[in-house]
Design a protein around this ligand. Structure first.
Ligand SMILES: Nc1ncnc2c1ncn2[C@@H]1O[C@H](COP(=O)(O)OP(=O)(O)OP(=O)(O)O)[C@@H](O)[C@H]1O
Ligand SMILES: [Mg+2]
Length: 559
Protein backbone atom coordinates (compact mmCIF):
# COMPACT_ATOMS: atom_id res chain seq x y z
CA UNK A 1 0.00 0.00 0.00
CA UNK A 2 2.92 2.25 0.62
CA UNK A 3 4.92 3.51 -2.31
CA UNK A 4 6.35 6.47 -4.07
CA UNK A 5 4.32 8.25 -6.71
CA UNK A 6 5.06 6.80 -10.07
CA UNK A 7 6.12 3.56 -8.41
CA UNK A 8 6.27 0.18 -10.10
CA UNK A 9 10.05 0.22 -10.32
CA UNK A 10 10.27 3.20 -12.65
CA UNK A 11 11.94 6.38 -11.54
CA UNK A 12 9.57 9.28 -11.01
CA UNK A 13 9.31 12.10 -13.48
CA UNK A 14 11.96 14.10 -11.69
CA UNK A 15 14.42 11.24 -11.45
CA UNK A 16 16.02 9.94 -8.27
CA UNK A 17 17.62 13.20 -7.30
CA UNK A 18 14.50 15.21 -7.44
CA UNK A 19 12.13 12.68 -5.84
CA UNK A 20 9.30 14.47 -4.16
CA UNK A 21 9.60 14.49 -0.41
CA UNK A 22 6.14 13.14 -0.06
CA UNK A 23 5.05 9.67 0.77
CA UNK A 24 1.98 8.28 -0.78
CA UNK A 25 0.13 6.42 1.90
CA UNK A 26 -3.09 4.57 1.91
CA UNK A 27 -3.71 5.47 5.49
CA UNK A 28 -2.71 8.24 7.82
CA UNK A 29 0.49 9.54 9.20
CA UNK A 30 0.87 11.52 12.39
CA UNK A 31 4.23 12.81 13.50
CA UNK A 32 6.09 15.01 15.93
CA UNK A 33 4.40 16.58 18.87
CA UNK A 34 1.00 15.53 17.66
CA UNK A 35 1.70 11.82 17.91
CA UNK A 36 3.35 12.23 21.28
CA UNK A 37 0.36 14.03 22.70
CA UNK A 38 -1.94 11.43 21.21
CA UNK A 39 0.02 8.60 22.77
CA UNK A 40 0.21 10.26 26.14
CA UNK A 41 -3.52 10.91 26.13
CA UNK A 42 -4.18 7.28 25.34
CA UNK A 43 -1.84 6.12 28.10
CA UNK A 44 -3.47 8.46 30.58
CA UNK A 45 -6.90 7.17 29.76
CA UNK A 46 -5.73 3.62 30.48
CA UNK A 47 -4.32 4.73 33.81
CA UNK A 48 -7.55 6.56 34.59
CA UNK A 49 -9.44 3.31 34.36
CA UNK A 50 -7.40 1.54 37.02
CA UNK A 51 -6.56 4.57 39.16
CA UNK A 52 -9.45 4.28 41.57
CA UNK A 53 -8.69 0.65 42.37
CA UNK A 54 -5.29 1.33 43.96
CA UNK A 55 -4.71 0.65 47.61
CA UNK A 56 -6.61 -0.88 50.51
CA UNK A 57 -9.60 1.38 50.01
CA UNK A 58 -9.56 1.13 46.24
CA UNK A 59 -12.83 0.25 44.59
CA UNK A 60 -13.66 -2.63 42.31
CA UNK A 61 -14.57 -2.65 38.65
CA UNK A 62 -17.30 -4.62 37.02
CA UNK A 63 -16.49 -5.68 33.51
CA UNK A 64 -18.96 -7.23 31.12
CA UNK A 65 -17.58 -8.72 27.95
CA UNK A 66 -19.29 -9.12 24.59
CA UNK A 67 -20.75 -12.47 25.62
CA UNK A 68 -22.20 -11.04 28.79
CA UNK A 69 -19.63 -12.70 31.05
CA UNK A 70 -19.20 -10.60 34.21
CA UNK A 71 -15.91 -10.07 36.03
CA UNK A 72 -15.68 -8.11 39.25
CA UNK A 73 -12.12 -7.28 40.17
CA UNK A 74 -9.64 -4.93 41.75
CA UNK A 75 -6.61 -6.40 40.02
CA UNK A 76 -4.97 -4.00 37.57
CA UNK A 77 -3.79 -6.68 35.17
CA UNK A 78 -7.19 -8.36 35.03
CA UNK A 79 -9.01 -5.09 34.40
CA UNK A 80 -6.71 -4.17 31.57
CA UNK A 81 -6.71 -7.65 30.06
CA UNK A 82 -10.48 -7.46 29.80
CA UNK A 83 -10.50 -4.09 28.06
CA UNK A 84 -10.08 -4.38 24.38
CA UNK A 85 -7.66 -1.53 24.00
CA UNK A 86 -7.05 -0.51 20.42
CA UNK A 87 -4.65 2.36 20.58
CA UNK A 88 -1.12 1.00 20.08
CA UNK A 89 0.45 3.20 22.74
CA UNK A 90 -2.22 2.31 25.25
CA UNK A 91 -1.55 -1.32 24.47
CA UNK A 92 2.03 -0.82 25.63
CA UNK A 93 0.61 -0.05 29.04
CA UNK A 94 -1.66 -3.06 28.99
CA UNK A 95 1.31 -5.25 28.19
CA UNK A 96 3.23 -3.51 30.94
CA UNK A 97 0.75 -4.63 33.55
CA UNK A 98 0.74 -8.11 32.05
CA UNK A 99 4.50 -8.25 32.37
CA UNK A 100 4.41 -7.09 35.98
CA UNK A 101 1.80 -9.76 36.65
CA UNK A 102 3.96 -12.45 35.14
CA UNK A 103 7.24 -11.40 36.71
CA UNK A 104 6.11 -10.25 40.11
CA UNK A 105 2.42 -11.03 40.45
CA UNK A 106 1.54 -7.90 42.37
CA UNK A 107 1.80 -4.17 41.76
CA UNK A 108 0.08 -4.25 38.40
CA UNK A 109 -2.04 -1.21 39.14
CA UNK A 110 0.81 0.88 40.50
CA UNK A 111 3.05 0.20 37.54
CA UNK A 112 0.50 1.51 35.04
CA UNK A 113 -0.26 4.62 37.08
CA UNK A 114 3.43 5.37 37.46
CA UNK A 115 4.23 4.87 33.78
CA UNK A 116 1.44 7.14 32.63
CA UNK A 117 2.46 9.85 35.07
CA UNK A 118 6.03 9.67 33.79
CA UNK A 119 4.75 10.01 30.25
CA UNK A 120 2.59 12.98 31.09
CA UNK A 121 5.51 14.80 32.63
CA UNK A 122 7.86 13.90 29.81
CA UNK A 123 5.40 15.29 27.31
CA UNK A 124 5.31 18.59 29.16
CA UNK A 125 9.10 18.72 29.04
CA UNK A 126 9.11 18.10 25.31
CA UNK A 127 6.62 20.89 24.87
CA UNK A 128 9.08 23.11 26.72
CA UNK A 129 11.64 22.22 24.05
CA UNK A 130 13.70 19.62 25.87
CA UNK A 131 14.78 16.95 23.44
CA UNK A 132 13.18 13.53 24.04
CA UNK A 133 16.61 11.92 24.02
CA UNK A 134 17.68 13.97 27.04
CA UNK A 135 14.49 13.05 28.82
CA UNK A 136 15.00 9.37 28.12
CA UNK A 137 18.56 9.37 29.36
CA UNK A 138 17.45 11.37 32.40
CA UNK A 139 14.76 8.83 33.15
CA UNK A 140 17.22 5.97 32.82
CA UNK A 141 19.64 7.67 35.20
CA UNK A 142 16.86 8.29 37.67
CA UNK A 143 15.72 4.68 37.44
CA UNK A 144 19.20 3.37 38.19
CA UNK A 145 19.61 5.76 41.07
CA UNK A 146 16.22 4.78 42.49
CA UNK A 147 17.00 1.09 42.39
CA UNK A 148 20.33 1.71 44.04
CA UNK A 149 18.69 3.80 46.72
CA UNK A 150 16.05 1.18 47.41
CA UNK A 151 18.64 -1.56 47.72
CA UNK A 152 21.09 0.43 49.84
CA UNK A 153 18.84 2.51 52.00
CA UNK A 154 15.26 1.38 52.09
CA UNK A 155 15.23 -2.39 51.80
CA UNK A 156 15.39 -4.26 55.06
CA UNK A 157 17.13 -7.60 54.98
CA UNK A 158 15.24 -10.22 56.83
CA UNK A 159 17.49 -13.20 56.38
CA UNK A 160 15.26 -15.60 58.13
CA UNK A 161 11.88 -14.24 57.37
CA UNK A 162 9.71 -15.32 60.23
CA UNK A 163 6.11 -16.14 59.97
CA UNK A 164 5.17 -12.67 61.12
CA UNK A 165 6.97 -10.91 58.29
CA UNK A 166 5.49 -13.25 55.70
CA UNK A 167 2.10 -12.76 57.28
CA UNK A 168 2.38 -8.98 57.03
CA UNK A 169 3.42 -9.16 53.40
CA UNK A 170 0.49 -11.35 52.52
CA UNK A 171 -1.82 -9.15 54.51
CA UNK A 172 -0.67 -5.94 52.81
CA UNK A 173 -1.30 -7.49 49.42
CA UNK A 174 -4.62 -8.96 50.40
CA UNK A 175 -5.87 -5.91 52.24
CA UNK A 176 -6.30 -4.12 48.94
CA UNK A 177 -8.59 -6.92 47.79
CA UNK A 178 -10.50 -8.46 50.63
CA UNK A 179 -11.75 -6.70 53.69
CA UNK A 180 -10.61 -6.93 57.27
CA UNK A 181 -10.65 -10.24 59.06
CA UNK A 182 -10.81 -12.27 55.91
CA UNK A 183 -7.50 -10.87 54.73
CA UNK A 184 -5.89 -12.30 57.88
CA UNK A 185 -7.50 -15.65 57.34
CA UNK A 186 -6.30 -15.85 53.75
CA UNK A 187 -2.85 -14.54 54.67
CA UNK A 188 -2.44 -17.48 57.01
CA UNK A 189 -3.72 -19.86 54.39
CA UNK A 190 -1.26 -18.47 51.84
CA UNK A 191 1.73 -18.87 54.15
CA UNK A 192 0.76 -22.43 55.04
CA UNK A 193 0.42 -23.24 51.37
CA UNK A 194 3.79 -21.77 50.49
CA UNK A 195 5.61 -23.55 53.30
CA UNK A 196 4.06 -26.81 52.16
CA UNK A 197 5.43 -26.55 48.63
CA UNK A 198 8.89 -25.33 49.60
CA UNK A 199 11.63 -27.22 47.79
CA UNK A 200 15.28 -26.75 47.09
CA UNK A 201 16.54 -25.56 43.75
CA UNK A 202 18.56 -28.21 41.98
CA UNK A 203 21.19 -25.73 40.73
CA UNK A 204 21.80 -23.37 43.63
CA UNK A 205 20.54 -25.35 46.60
CA UNK A 206 18.54 -22.34 47.75
CA UNK A 207 14.96 -22.81 48.81
CA UNK A 208 12.41 -22.07 46.10
CA UNK A 209 8.69 -21.65 46.40
CA UNK A 210 6.89 -22.62 43.20
CA UNK A 211 3.56 -20.82 43.11
CA UNK A 212 2.27 -23.22 40.50
CA UNK A 213 2.43 -26.11 42.95
CA UNK A 214 -0.42 -24.54 44.85
CA UNK A 215 -3.56 -25.61 43.10
CA UNK A 216 -6.70 -23.58 43.58
CA UNK A 217 -10.15 -25.11 43.27
CA UNK A 218 -13.37 -23.25 43.68
CA UNK A 219 -16.71 -24.51 44.90
CA UNK A 220 -19.53 -22.19 45.62
CA UNK A 221 -21.53 -22.53 48.77
CA UNK A 222 -20.78 -21.71 52.43
CA UNK A 223 -18.57 -18.73 53.26
CA UNK A 224 -14.96 -17.66 52.73
CA UNK A 225 -14.06 -18.89 56.19
CA UNK A 226 -14.84 -22.44 55.15
CA UNK A 227 -12.03 -22.42 52.62
CA UNK A 228 -9.42 -25.00 53.46
CA UNK A 229 -5.95 -26.13 52.62
CA UNK A 230 -5.59 -29.67 51.41
CA UNK A 231 -2.37 -31.59 51.43
CA UNK A 232 -1.74 -32.89 47.93
CA UNK A 233 -2.85 -32.04 44.44
CA UNK A 234 -6.60 -31.97 44.04
CA UNK A 235 -8.36 -32.68 40.79
CA UNK A 236 -12.05 -32.34 40.17
CA UNK A 237 -13.67 -35.68 39.33
CA UNK A 238 -14.18 -39.16 40.70
CA UNK A 239 -13.51 -42.84 39.97
CA UNK A 240 -14.81 -44.19 36.70
CA UNK A 241 -16.52 -47.14 38.37
CA UNK A 242 -17.98 -47.76 41.80
CA UNK A 243 -16.13 -51.06 42.10
CA UNK A 244 -12.75 -49.40 42.11
CA UNK A 245 -10.93 -48.79 45.39
CA UNK A 246 -11.14 -45.33 46.93
CA UNK A 247 -7.60 -45.31 48.22
CA UNK A 248 -4.44 -46.54 46.61
CA UNK A 249 -1.20 -46.51 48.56
CA UNK A 250 2.16 -46.47 46.72
CA UNK A 251 0.43 -45.38 43.60
CA UNK A 252 1.95 -46.04 40.20
CA UNK A 253 0.34 -43.50 37.95
CA UNK A 254 -0.21 -43.54 34.21
CA UNK A 255 -1.28 -40.31 32.49
CA UNK A 256 -2.92 -40.97 29.15
CA UNK A 257 -4.33 -38.95 26.33
CA UNK A 258 -5.76 -42.14 24.87
CA UNK A 259 -9.30 -43.40 24.60
CA UNK A 260 -9.94 -46.55 26.64
CA UNK A 261 -13.20 -47.41 24.96
CA UNK A 262 -13.80 -50.16 22.50
CA UNK A 263 -12.07 -48.96 19.37
CA UNK A 264 -14.27 -48.56 16.39
CA UNK A 265 -13.41 -48.62 12.76
CA UNK A 266 -13.22 -45.17 11.31
CA UNK A 267 -16.17 -43.64 9.58
CA UNK A 268 -16.32 -44.42 5.89
CA UNK A 269 -14.30 -47.64 6.09
CA UNK A 270 -16.12 -50.41 4.27
CA UNK A 271 -15.37 -54.07 4.81
CA UNK A 272 -17.21 -56.66 2.79
CA UNK A 273 -17.60 -59.86 4.74
CA UNK A 274 -19.09 -62.95 3.20
CA UNK A 275 -18.79 -65.26 6.16
CA UNK A 276 -20.96 -64.14 9.12
CA UNK A 277 -18.45 -65.66 11.54
CA UNK A 278 -15.83 -63.19 10.38
CA UNK A 279 -18.10 -60.34 11.39
CA UNK A 280 -18.00 -61.62 14.92
CA UNK A 281 -14.21 -61.77 14.66
CA UNK A 282 -14.05 -58.13 13.66
CA UNK A 283 -16.15 -57.19 16.67
CA UNK A 284 -13.92 -59.26 18.91
CA UNK A 285 -10.81 -57.63 17.48
CA UNK A 286 -12.20 -54.20 18.18
CA UNK A 287 -12.67 -55.09 21.83
CA UNK A 288 -9.29 -56.79 21.99
CA UNK A 289 -7.35 -53.69 20.99
CA UNK A 290 -8.47 -51.84 24.09
CA UNK A 291 -8.12 -54.94 26.26
CA UNK A 292 -4.51 -55.32 25.15
CA UNK A 293 -3.80 -51.70 25.94
CA UNK A 294 -5.20 -52.08 29.42
CA UNK A 295 -3.18 -55.26 29.90
CA UNK A 296 -0.06 -53.33 28.89
CA UNK A 297 -0.77 -50.74 31.57
CA UNK A 298 -1.55 -53.27 34.26
CA UNK A 299 1.42 -55.46 33.43
CA UNK A 300 3.73 -52.47 33.75
CA UNK A 301 2.43 -52.12 37.31
CA UNK A 302 0.03 -49.22 36.95
CA UNK A 303 -2.59 -49.04 39.66
CA UNK A 304 -3.87 -45.54 38.94
CA UNK A 305 -4.82 -44.51 35.42
CA UNK A 306 -5.83 -41.01 34.40
CA UNK A 307 -7.09 -40.37 30.92
CA UNK A 308 -8.33 -37.26 29.22
CA UNK A 309 -10.64 -39.35 27.08
CA UNK A 310 -13.29 -41.94 27.82
CA UNK A 311 -13.31 -45.31 29.53
CA UNK A 312 -16.19 -47.72 28.88
CA UNK A 313 -17.77 -50.48 30.95
CA UNK A 314 -15.54 -53.15 29.47
CA UNK A 315 -12.40 -51.22 30.36
CA UNK A 316 -13.74 -50.45 33.83
CA UNK A 317 -14.30 -54.16 34.35
CA UNK A 318 -10.64 -54.92 33.74
CA UNK A 319 -9.53 -52.18 36.10
CA UNK A 320 -11.92 -53.31 38.81
CA UNK A 321 -10.67 -56.87 38.49
CA UNK A 322 -7.09 -55.67 38.89
CA UNK A 323 -7.97 -53.44 41.85
CA UNK A 324 -6.83 -50.32 40.00
CA UNK A 325 -8.32 -46.85 40.07
CA UNK A 326 -9.15 -45.15 36.79
CA UNK A 327 -10.40 -41.63 36.22
CA UNK A 328 -11.76 -40.54 32.88
CA UNK A 329 -12.30 -37.12 31.25
CA UNK A 330 -9.51 -35.46 33.22
CA UNK A 331 -8.48 -31.99 32.17
CA UNK A 332 -5.30 -31.87 30.16
CA UNK A 333 -3.74 -29.16 32.30
CA UNK A 334 -4.43 -31.24 35.40
CA UNK A 335 -2.61 -34.15 33.87
CA UNK A 336 0.29 -31.97 32.86
CA UNK A 337 0.71 -30.87 36.48
CA UNK A 338 0.32 -34.41 37.72
CA UNK A 339 2.93 -35.67 35.33
CA UNK A 340 5.27 -32.96 36.60
CA UNK A 341 4.58 -33.82 40.21
CA UNK A 342 4.82 -37.56 39.95
CA UNK A 343 7.22 -38.01 37.06
CA UNK A 344 4.68 -39.81 34.90
CA UNK A 345 5.01 -39.55 31.15
CA UNK A 346 2.07 -38.05 29.34
CA UNK A 347 1.21 -40.73 26.76
CA UNK A 348 -0.35 -39.75 23.47
CA UNK A 349 0.07 -43.20 21.98
CA UNK A 350 1.50 -46.56 22.99
CA UNK A 351 2.81 -47.26 19.50
CA UNK A 352 6.41 -46.93 18.47
CA UNK A 353 7.67 -46.13 14.98
CA UNK A 354 6.78 -49.58 13.70
CA UNK A 355 3.31 -49.55 15.14
CA UNK A 356 4.07 -52.01 17.94
CA UNK A 357 2.43 -51.01 21.18
CA UNK A 358 4.38 -51.10 24.42
CA UNK A 359 4.34 -49.53 27.87
CA UNK A 360 7.22 -49.78 30.32
CA UNK A 361 7.27 -49.19 34.07
CA UNK A 362 9.54 -46.13 33.72
CA UNK A 363 6.68 -44.28 32.05
CA UNK A 364 4.75 -44.46 35.31
CA UNK A 365 4.82 -41.76 37.93
CA UNK A 366 4.76 -42.48 41.61
CA UNK A 367 2.98 -40.95 44.56
CA UNK A 368 2.50 -42.00 48.16
CA UNK A 369 -1.23 -42.05 47.95
CA UNK A 370 -4.12 -41.37 45.62
CA UNK A 371 -7.49 -40.95 47.26
CA UNK A 372 -10.99 -40.11 46.21
CA UNK A 373 -12.44 -37.66 48.68
CA UNK A 374 -15.61 -35.65 48.93
CA UNK A 375 -15.25 -31.91 49.32
CA UNK A 376 -18.23 -29.63 49.10
CA UNK A 377 -20.54 -32.43 47.99
CA UNK A 378 -18.41 -33.30 45.00
CA UNK A 379 -15.90 -36.03 44.35
CA UNK A 380 -12.28 -35.05 44.02
CA UNK A 381 -9.14 -37.02 43.45
CA UNK A 382 -6.28 -36.12 45.77
CA UNK A 383 -2.69 -37.04 44.95
CA UNK A 384 -0.37 -36.95 47.92
CA UNK A 385 3.42 -37.06 48.08
CA UNK A 386 4.48 -36.96 44.45
CA UNK A 387 7.93 -38.16 43.48
CA UNK A 388 9.29 -34.87 42.17
CA UNK A 389 7.49 -32.12 44.02
CA UNK A 390 5.06 -31.84 46.82
CA UNK A 391 1.87 -29.98 46.12
CA UNK A 392 -1.04 -28.61 48.01
CA UNK A 393 -4.37 -27.21 47.02
CA UNK A 394 -6.62 -24.55 48.35
CA UNK A 395 -10.32 -25.21 48.24
CA UNK A 396 -12.08 -21.87 48.11
CA UNK A 397 -15.66 -21.54 49.24
CA UNK A 398 -17.83 -18.50 48.79
CA UNK A 399 -21.25 -17.25 47.99
CA UNK A 400 -20.91 -16.75 44.26
CA UNK A 401 -18.55 -17.40 41.40
CA UNK A 402 -17.57 -13.74 40.87
CA UNK A 403 -16.38 -13.47 44.44
CA UNK A 404 -14.56 -16.77 44.17
CA UNK A 405 -12.77 -15.68 41.02
CA UNK A 406 -11.65 -12.49 42.69
CA UNK A 407 -10.48 -14.35 45.79
CA UNK A 408 -8.51 -16.68 43.56
CA UNK A 409 -6.76 -13.76 41.88
CA UNK A 410 -6.07 -12.11 45.22
CA UNK A 411 -4.71 -15.29 46.70
CA UNK A 412 -2.48 -15.66 43.69
CA UNK A 413 -1.13 -12.12 44.28
CA UNK A 414 -0.46 -12.99 47.91
CA UNK A 415 1.31 -16.23 47.02
CA UNK A 416 3.52 -14.37 44.56
CA UNK A 417 4.32 -11.67 47.12
CA UNK A 418 5.29 -14.26 49.74
CA UNK A 419 7.42 -16.10 47.21
CA UNK A 420 9.27 -12.93 46.22
CA UNK A 421 9.84 -11.90 49.80
CA UNK A 422 10.99 -15.33 50.96
CA UNK A 423 13.27 -15.91 48.02
CA UNK A 424 14.95 -12.52 48.05
CA UNK A 425 14.59 -12.01 51.81
CA UNK A 426 14.26 -8.27 51.63
CA UNK A 427 11.25 -6.07 52.20
CA UNK A 428 10.35 -2.39 52.01
CA UNK A 429 7.69 -0.41 53.83
CA UNK A 430 4.50 0.19 51.82
CA UNK A 431 1.90 2.93 51.83
CA UNK A 432 3.86 5.37 49.69
CA UNK A 433 7.01 5.24 51.84
CA UNK A 434 9.37 4.18 49.08
CA UNK A 435 7.91 6.59 46.57
CA UNK A 436 8.16 9.61 48.84
CA UNK A 437 11.68 8.74 49.93
CA UNK A 438 12.69 8.43 46.29
CA UNK A 439 11.14 11.73 45.34
CA UNK A 440 13.19 13.57 47.97
CA UNK A 441 16.35 11.70 47.16
CA UNK A 442 16.03 12.15 43.40
CA UNK A 443 15.39 15.87 43.73
CA UNK A 444 18.65 16.22 45.60
CA UNK A 445 20.35 13.93 43.14
CA UNK A 446 19.13 16.05 40.23
CA UNK A 447 20.54 19.26 41.64
CA UNK A 448 23.88 17.56 42.11
CA UNK A 449 24.11 16.94 38.37
CA UNK A 450 25.25 19.68 36.08
CA UNK A 451 23.89 18.18 32.91
CA UNK A 452 20.71 18.60 30.95
CA UNK A 453 19.23 15.43 32.41
CA UNK A 454 18.57 17.42 35.55
CA UNK A 455 15.09 18.50 34.54
CA UNK A 456 14.02 15.03 33.55
CA UNK A 457 15.23 13.57 36.83
CA UNK A 458 13.34 16.21 38.77
CA UNK A 459 10.18 15.31 36.87
CA UNK A 460 10.80 11.61 37.52
CA UNK A 461 11.02 12.50 41.21
CA UNK A 462 7.67 14.25 41.13
CA UNK A 463 6.11 11.43 39.11
CA UNK A 464 6.86 9.06 42.00
CA UNK A 465 4.47 11.00 44.18
CA UNK A 466 1.52 9.90 42.11
CA UNK A 467 1.32 6.69 44.14
CA UNK A 468 0.95 8.23 47.63
CA UNK A 469 -1.34 10.88 46.13
CA UNK A 470 -3.63 8.32 44.58
CA UNK A 471 -3.58 6.16 47.69
CA UNK A 472 -4.78 9.05 49.82
CA UNK A 473 -7.35 10.19 47.27
CA UNK A 474 -8.82 6.69 47.21
CA UNK A 475 -8.87 6.62 50.98
CA UNK A 476 -10.85 9.89 51.01
CA UNK A 477 -7.98 11.79 52.62
CA UNK A 478 -6.53 15.16 51.73
CA UNK A 479 -3.84 14.20 49.22
CA UNK A 480 -1.82 17.42 49.30
CA UNK A 481 -1.75 17.38 53.05
CA UNK A 482 -0.71 13.74 53.28
CA UNK A 483 1.99 14.01 50.65
CA UNK A 484 3.39 17.13 52.27
CA UNK A 485 3.61 15.34 55.63
CA UNK A 486 5.23 12.34 54.06
CA UNK A 487 7.78 14.45 52.22
CA UNK A 488 8.61 16.38 55.35
CA UNK A 489 9.27 13.13 57.20
CA UNK A 490 11.49 11.77 54.47
CA UNK A 491 13.34 15.02 54.07
CA UNK A 492 14.11 14.93 57.77
CA UNK A 493 15.26 11.35 57.57
CA UNK A 494 17.66 12.09 54.73
CA UNK A 495 19.13 15.27 56.18
CA UNK A 496 19.09 14.72 59.92
CA UNK A 497 21.01 11.60 61.01
CA UNK A 498 19.12 11.48 64.31
CA UNK A 499 15.88 11.00 62.41
CA UNK A 500 17.10 8.29 60.08
CA UNK A 501 14.43 5.85 61.17
CA UNK A 502 11.82 8.15 59.65
CA UNK A 503 12.74 6.67 56.28
CA UNK A 504 10.25 3.94 56.96
CA UNK A 505 7.39 6.36 57.30
CA UNK A 506 4.42 5.82 55.10
CA UNK A 507 0.73 6.42 55.37
CA UNK A 508 -1.91 4.22 56.78
CA UNK A 509 -4.89 4.61 54.56
CA UNK A 510 -7.26 3.28 57.12
CA UNK A 511 -6.49 5.70 59.94
CA UNK A 512 -5.22 8.45 57.66
CA UNK A 513 -2.03 8.94 59.66
CA UNK A 514 1.68 8.96 58.88
CA UNK A 515 3.47 6.19 60.74
CA UNK A 516 6.41 3.83 60.66
CA UNK A 517 5.03 1.28 58.27
CA UNK A 518 7.81 -1.19 58.85
CA UNK A 519 6.72 -1.52 62.46
CA UNK A 520 3.06 -1.33 61.59
CA UNK A 521 3.50 -4.32 59.32
CA UNK A 522 2.52 -2.65 56.05
CA UNK A 523 5.34 -4.13 54.04
CA UNK A 524 5.97 -5.32 50.51
CA UNK A 525 8.72 -7.34 48.85
CA UNK A 526 11.54 -5.05 47.72
CA UNK A 527 11.65 -6.80 44.39
CA UNK A 528 8.12 -5.77 43.60
CA UNK A 529 9.01 -2.07 43.94
CA UNK A 530 12.25 -2.42 42.01
CA UNK A 531 10.52 -4.15 39.13
CA UNK A 532 7.71 -1.66 39.19
CA UNK A 533 10.09 1.26 38.70
CA UNK A 534 12.10 -0.61 36.09
CA UNK A 535 9.14 -1.68 34.00
CA UNK A 536 7.35 1.65 34.25
CA UNK A 537 10.44 3.54 33.08
CA UNK A 538 11.01 1.14 30.21
CA UNK A 539 7.41 1.45 29.08
CA UNK A 540 7.47 5.23 29.32
CA UNK A 541 10.63 5.31 27.24
CA UNK A 542 9.14 2.97 24.65
CA UNK A 543 6.22 5.31 24.11
CA UNK A 544 8.38 8.40 24.28
CA UNK A 545 10.67 7.19 21.53
CA UNK A 546 7.85 7.25 19.03
CA UNK A 547 7.75 10.38 16.93
CA UNK A 548 5.96 9.11 13.91
CA UNK A 549 2.95 6.92 13.59
CA UNK A 550 1.95 5.47 10.27
CA UNK A 551 -1.29 3.64 10.25
CA UNK A 552 -2.32 1.87 7.09
CA UNK A 553 -5.93 1.62 6.17
CA UNK A 554 -7.14 -1.99 6.37
CA UNK A 555 -7.21 -3.77 3.01
CA UNK A 556 -10.53 -3.55 1.24
CA UNK A 557 -12.37 -6.72 0.34
CA UNK A 558 -11.71 -7.94 -3.16
CA UNK A 559 -8.37 -6.21 -3.54
N1 LIG B 1 -2.90 -0.38 55.04
C1 LIG B 1 -2.34 0.29 54.03
N2 LIG B 1 -2.12 1.61 54.15
C2 LIG B 1 -1.56 2.30 53.16
N3 LIG B 1 -1.18 1.79 51.99
C3 LIG B 1 -1.36 0.49 51.81
C4 LIG B 1 -1.94 -0.34 52.81
N4 LIG B 1 -2.01 -1.60 52.34
C5 LIG B 1 -1.48 -1.56 51.09
N5 LIG B 1 -1.08 -0.32 50.77
C6 LIG B 1 -0.47 0.14 49.52
O1 LIG B 1 -1.37 -0.13 48.45
C7 LIG B 1 -0.64 -0.32 47.25
C8 LIG B 1 -1.08 -1.58 46.57
O2 LIG B 1 -2.39 -1.46 46.12
P1 LIG B 1 -3.07 -2.53 45.17
O3 LIG B 1 -2.77 -3.90 45.67
O4 LIG B 1 -4.47 -2.12 45.00
O5 LIG B 1 -2.37 -2.30 43.80
P2 LIG B 1 -1.18 -3.07 43.12
O6 LIG B 1 -0.53 -4.00 44.07
O7 LIG B 1 -0.34 -2.04 42.47
O8 LIG B 1 -1.90 -3.84 41.94
P3 LIG B 1 -2.63 -5.24 41.95
O9 LIG B 1 -2.70 -5.72 43.35
O10 LIG B 1 -3.95 -4.90 41.36
O11 LIG B 1 -1.80 -6.11 41.08
C9 LIG B 1 0.82 -0.42 47.64
O12 LIG B 1 1.47 0.76 47.27
C10 LIG B 1 0.78 -0.59 49.15
O13 LIG B 1 1.90 -0.02 49.76
MG1 LIG C 1 -1.65 -5.52 45.19
Amino acid sequence: MMGMPGGGGQPGPQGPAGTKDQLYLNGERVSGQEVRTQNVTAALSVANVVKSSLGPIGLDKMLVDDLGEVTITNDGATILANLEVEHPAARVLVQLSEMQDKEVGDGTTSVVILASEMLKRANELVKNSIHPTSIMSGYRLAMKESIKFIKDQLAVKTDKIGREVAFNIAKTTLSSKIFGRESEFFANLAIDAMTMVKTESADTGKPVYPVKSVGIIKQHGRSFKDSQLIHGYVMYGGRAGQGMPRTIKNAKIACLDIDLRKSKMQMGVQVVVTDPKKLEDIRQKEADITRDRIKLLLNAGANVVFTTKGCDDMAIKYFVEAGALAVRRCKKEDLRRISKLTGAQMMITFADMDGNESFTPDMLGTADEVIEERFADDDHIVIKGGKNQSACSVLLRGANMHMLDEVERSLHDALCAIKRALESASVVPGGGAVESALSIHLENFATSLGSREQLAIAEFASAMLVIPKQLSVNAAQDASDMVAKLRAAHNASQTDPTKAEMKHYGMDCISGKIQNNLQAGIIEPALSKVKMIQFATEAAITVLRIDDMIKLAPAQEGQ
